[in-house]
Design a protein around this ligand. Structure first.
Ligand SMILES: Cc1ncc(COP(=O)(O)O)c(C=O)c1O
Length: 481
């Protein structure tokens, strides 16, 4: 019981209710195997007393977990962790699994492990409001939203309009709404751009280290990649590339992924001049620039472009939630039609119900309120993470960044970050090594995401991490046994 109570720390001041916290805590303990299949859980009376919560809270939580298949009630014996969970494999090297015992052979749903990068806190999302807007939109426009609309491969005009004005106001992207195409996540935008602009064997310039999703899109098309180094300011100047004629240049200028660097204006202008000279495209991936905690956001690279060479890509995955699968791309006029034609071959068009709800969500102002709310929480979480890491004496030097969702922690030279990350994965940490994003050898580092985790969890998990990491990370990426 003592370890159970230690693991179940409830915070009456937290945003989530005590019942929600208890539910999550117990679920995690079951998923981790701390509470084993077939074993009894404490009676609702004794757990309520130990945790100083009402017995109703515990009983309601048990009921919910029983309904979800985590617990089972045995008449006259009490409540037990479902014996059937024993057959759910507990691979220590994969994320936690939500069992779905009554649905049979379905794919598992996953919760992010600490400190998986790029994960928004989906609990902050105003789902009730979203559902109200959804019901309203279906009431007013139901049948039309449910039809094929083959002429709308680029997305619902109302959403394209809402996004165009959001991008103009927030990111300095000057565009007509007809230049905005809705895609299934920004990943589909990258994939379609690869089909449109890259030929097998042509060169794509990419940041090194850089975003693996983009790398895969170019490689899948048969591109030859030309990695360009990153320094503390982001992508270095294109001085060594004058002999190249790249099909496109992929960059994350507002927050370099994964180092977090923000490209200074002087370098932005150099790259724009290079793209103009070489008559090539720059694909600007602006995936999380809404999350600025200090100064106001740097305008997009697109806003500096006077020659129409920048293709701007954005995503709702971070500002709202990733499974929405809505991204967008702002296309130069000449590419709008071919992009739409290609998109319609892939899947005709995206789901209109979600697009209509998103347009209403943006137009109602809730979108901006949500971004501000996330910003507040994420700013606090970044601080809590850095402060906890400092106090715990983690052997990592964190990058300077005043925003975003991730922090790059540099390890002492000689540590094998791949090995260390793999070891940490066996202890339920998901912190990818810098090497996973790189083409060429890099100084060792681990990438931490902090946004999906509440401050209490961050403190707890940083403590746990510090116990695992040797006070001096030994050569070879050792984790204390
Ligand atoms: C650099 C970068 N771009 C884009 C995305 C978002 O991709 P999507 O919109 O396909 O979810 C991510 C997500 O992690 C990312 O790290």
């Amino acid at each position: 019981m003592a370890p159970l109570l230690e693991a179940l720390v409830l915070d009456p001041g937290a945003e989530a209710s005590l019942q929600e916290q208890l539910w999550l805590g117990l679920k995690r303990l079951i998923q981790r195997g701390t509470l084993r299949p077939g074993r009894p859980v404490p009676s609702s009376r004794s757990l309520a007393e130990d945790l100083s919560v009402s017995r109703n809270t515990v009983m309601a939580t048990y009921d919910r977990l029983i309904g979800e298949g985590y617990l089972e009630s045995r008449p006259r014996s009490g409540v037990f962790v479902s014996a059937s969970l024993a057959s759910v494999p507990r691979h220590s090297d994969r994320p936690r699994v939500h069992p779905a015992p009554d649905v049979g052979d379905v794919e598992p749903l996953l919760d992010p492990l600490p400190f998986r990068p790029c994960q928004p806190d989906v609990r902050l999302f105003p789902l009730a409001l979203w559902n109200r807007l959804r019901a309203r939109r279906l009431r007013t426009d139901g049948t039309r939203l449910l039809q094929y609309q083959s002429n709308l491969a680029l997305g619902l005009p109302e959403l394209r309009r809402s996004l165009a004005s959001y991008l103009r106001d927030s990111r300095g992207v000057q565009c007509a709404w007809r230049q905005v195409a809705i895609t299934s996540g920004s990943q589909q935008a990258l994939f379609l751009l690869a089909q449109l602009l890259v030929r097998p064997g042509s060169t794509v310039v990419m940041e090194d280290p850089g975003y693996a999703g983009a790398r895969q899109a170019w490689l899948q098309r048969g591109a030859t990649l030309e990695p360009v180094a990153i320094d503390e300011q982001g992508l270095v100047s294109p001085t060594a590339l004058d002999d190249l004629k790249p099909a496109l240049i992929y960059v994350t200028p507002s927050r370099q992924f994964p180092t977090g660097a923000c490209l200074p204006v002087s370098r932005r202008l150099e790259w724009l001049a290079y793209a103009r000279r070489r008559a090539t495209w720059i694909v600007e991936d602006d995936y999380d620039s809404e999350f600025r905690y200090g100064r106001p956001p740097t305008p997009s690279l697109h806003s500096f472009d006077t020659a129409g060479r920048v293709i701007y890509v954005g995503s709702m995955s971070k500002v709202l939630f990733p499974s929405l699968r809505i991204g967008y791309v702002v296309l130069p006029h000449a590419l709008v039609e071919p992009f739409g034609a290609l998109r319609s071959v892939v899947d005709d068009h995206g789901p209109f119900v979600d697009q209509a709800v998103l347009a209403a969500f943006i137009d109602s102002g809730a979108f901006y309120t949500h971004i501000r709310r996330c910003r507040r929480h994420y700013a606090e979480r970044q601080q809590v993470f850095l402060e906890s890491a400092r106090r715990a004496g983690l052997p990592l030097r964190f990058s300077q960044t005043d925003g975003g969702m991730n922090l790059l922690g540099r390890l002492p030279a000689g540590v094998d970050d791949v090995r260390l990350s793999r070891r940490l994965r066996t202890r339920d940490f998901d912190v990818p090594p810098l090497a996973a994003y790189a083409f060429r050898p890099q100084p060792p580092g681990l990438v931490f995401g902090y946004t999906a985790f509440e401050p209490k969890t961050i403190r707890h998990e940083v403590q746990r991490l510090s116990r695992l990491l040797s006070t001096r990370v030994e050569r070879g990426g050792g984790v204390r046994q």
